[in-house]
Design a protein. Structure first.
Length: 81
């Protein structure tokens, strides 16, 4: 399961550096959230991180995202593996 932690960290870092697309990260995270057999929900910090990443492409309006760089930095700082 260590690999998933590295992937989450990598996606958050990618969002901060704008080297990954929001849609790509959200799609990736949603697939993990839907995978009940993986047991991700049993690790609270991982589950919160996946939930946050699943919503990175949510918009308040056309071209205005609900979450921004400050959020991504805060989420990365919040990671407590």
């Amino acid at each position: 399961m260590a690999d998933i932690f590295e992937q989450v960290t990598g996606h958050m870092t990618g969002l901060i550096h704008e080297s990954v697309s929001r849609a790509e990260v959200a799609d990736w995270a949603i697939e993990r959230v839907k995978d009940e057999s993986a047991g991700y929900s049993s690790h609270a910090a991982l589950w919160v991180a996946l939930d946050r990443l699943a919503g990175v492409d949510l918009q308040q309006g056309p071209g205005v995202y609900l979450h921004g760089q400050e959020d991504f930095r805060s989420w990365l700082a919040d990671l407590d593996w």
